[in-house]
Design a binder for this molecule. Sequence first.
Ligand SMILES: [Zn+2]
Length: 218
Amino acid sequence: MTLDSQAVCRNIEPISREIVEPGGRWSGRLETGQRLRIVDVEGQQAVDFLCYSAELPLDRLNVPNTVKLNRSLYVTEGCTLYSDRARKMFSVIKDTCGFHDTLAGCCSIEMDLLRYGVRKKTSCRTNFVAELAKWSMSPSDIVSNINFFMRVKFDDAGQVEIAPGVSKAGDYVVLKAEMPVIAMLSNCPQDSNPSAGFQPTSICVEVLPPLADEGTAT
Ligand SMILES: [Zn+2]
């Protein structure tokens, strides 16, 4: 952890706080009302994110449901993340970045070889596989994910482009659990496209207690 990382991670008595290095991974269970804060410590990072009902893991993040019900291809403050059964999983209660991707999914060793001709040893997919095993889940539990801080542009013709991220150092997003949920993320190691600024950096992940007052600033 760098001094800068420690400075950005300041907060009031989180339940847990962890620096996740580039290419690292994290998962944890949150109870209803607890909050997950993800900090892009140095800016322009990409964080691949999945979540599962802690009580019924088969009911998991459904990105198309999330897009349809929020009527937005970008996830940001005010949005809700929905499950396969259209249940509320997380509410985005704070977002200092403004753009989080729903289109591009996660990187994988196979896709990196196909797209860039490079054989890598890690990817967000391998991270998800490893992290899912902790919760007795398997690769078949990987579904389309959300990419926090990642910028994917699209136009009226349907052209899609991975663009440099717009997140600044210290930008963060806060998700409030709307059910008991297992959250899982991969701090993307991608250095062959601009999704993580060609130079992946650390993030900070905090689990915070429920707000005493729902109207209190995060
Ligand atoms: Zn990745």
